[in-house]
Design a protein around this ligand. Structure first.
Ligand SMILES: Nc1ncnc2c1ncn2[C@@H]1O[C@H](COP(=O)(O)OP(=O)(O)OP(=O)(O)O)[C@@H](O)[C@H]1O
Length: 369
């Protein structure tokens, strides 16, 4: 009996960039996910953070089997999900459900709540007995804090937070083992966000769920996660127990993210390490050689960082929990103050040419996520 529910091994998802009159020429690739290894343990909440475009959602989709990896494999409960077909695939799909960012666009406005909640149950043969189904629907609504009268209503009759509760009830309706929540609260008012996150936490115990929460907001992920993985340009750069990541970030990119999180106490703020990231966020269609972060890293060491891509590896540093993994050649030396920090000059590089995907305006600083 293993504790691992999801085992992601060497997963790459590369999207071809097509050109030509009938888009028949491949002129390059977007390296959306480029070699990720991670494991999600049964019963835990794994938070995946990173800037927009770093590949979080694509990795989530690969885990949901909505995107086929170019390389590598995703095992769910010991089974390679890409190899499943027909009935077996449907059975696994039932085990993995999704909660979407925007409940308004993920819920069909023409369907009543009853119809929305029974749709998945019917597809998986869980709604054959009418009386049992009605009982189950009432239980689901009560679990997410909605009254039985909600069943006959339509999505537009609810607030954003209530709609997300319906989305969560819908995911729960087929008794999943894993819920992938992609930006589950980013479309909600701040006052409602904590309520929905607390609800997800309560339901985790009640329904013995495992969560993968994908979010760009570090506060959201901190609130809910047991462990956190930080992504940068298609790769995991750091992974650790949640509290430790905030207390002792080791990868230069994570350190920069943490230094940008506002803290209420000005005295603490004054003493904090400040790292303002300079330079463009490179395009995932033209990632830098070596360490993907070397173009923006204040601790970059020539020429190893430019040439050799660091593996995500367990580091041995005093006070750091075993299992804390970092993809940096110099993590130990940086932590010991043995590598000097230097200025990074912002250089403007052309982000989009005729052969590239336009990733929006170039970015010169990393905002607090
Ligand atoms: N189907 C696709 N075809 C081509 N490129 C894609 C496709 N899906 C995603 N991408 C590209 O892959 C990169 C990673 O996208 P992804 O949505 O996984 O990032 P993300 O970190 O989830 O960002 P966001 O928070 O903005 O959704 C981006 O550059 C995106 O434009």
């Amino acid at each position: 009996m293993t504790d691992v529910l999801v085992d992601v091994r060497g997963v790459k998802v590369h999207f071809p960039i097509k050109r030509g009159v009938i888009f028949d020429k491949t002129v390059g690739h977007v390296y959306a996910v480029d070699g990720v290894n991670l494991q999600i343990l049964k019963g835990e909440t794994y938070g995946l953070v990173g800037e927009s475009g770093c590949g979080k959602s694509t990795l989530g989709k690969a885990i949901l089997n909505l995107e086929t990896p170019t390389e590598g494999s995703v095992e769910f409960d010991g089974t390679d999900i890409a190899a499943l077909k027909g009935k077996e695939l449907r059975r696994k799909r039932q085990d993995i459900q999704m909660v979407f960012q925007d409940p308004m666009s993920s819920l069909d406005p023409r369907q009543s709540v009853e119809s929305l909640l029974t749709e998945g149950m019917k597809a998986h043969g869980l709604a054959d007995d009418k009386e049992a189904t009605r009982k189950r629907l009432r239980e689901l609504l009560s679990a997410v804090g909605l009254p039985p009268s909600a069943l006959s209503k339509y999505p537009h009759e609810f607030s954003g937070g209530q709609r997300q509760r319906i989305g969560i009830a819908r995911a729960l309706s087929v008794n999943p083992k894993l819920i992938v929540a992609d930006e589950p609260v980013s479309a909600l008012d701040v006052s409602v966000q904590a309520q929905v996150l607390n609800l997800l936490e309560e339901l985790q115990d009640e329904f013995e769920l495992t969560y993968l929460v994908v979010a760009h907001d570090l506060a959201v992920v901190r609130h809910i996660s047991d462990r956190i993985g930080v992504m940068y340009l298609g790769g995991l750069v750091e992974e650790s127990e949640a509290g430790e990541l905030y207390e002792t970030p080791l990868h230069p990119y994570t350190r920069a993210l943490m230094s940008a999180v506002p803290v209420p106490d000005p005295a603490v703020e004054d003493q904090r390490e400040q790292i303002l990231l300079m330079g463009d966020l490179p395009s995932p269609s033209k990632p830098p050689t070596g360490c993907r972060f070397h173009t923006r890293c204040p601790w970059r060491q020539e020429t190893r960082c430019d040439d050799e891509r660091p593996e995500l590896r367990v580091v041995e540093i005093d006070g750091v929990t075993p299992g804390h993994r970092v993809a940096c050649h110099w993590a130990e030396q940086i932590a010991a103050g043995e590598v000097e920090r230097h200025e990074v000059t912002a250089t403007m590089t052309e982000q989009s040419g005729p052969d590239e995907v336009d990733d929006g305006p170039p970015q010169y600083f990393v905002d607090p996520l």
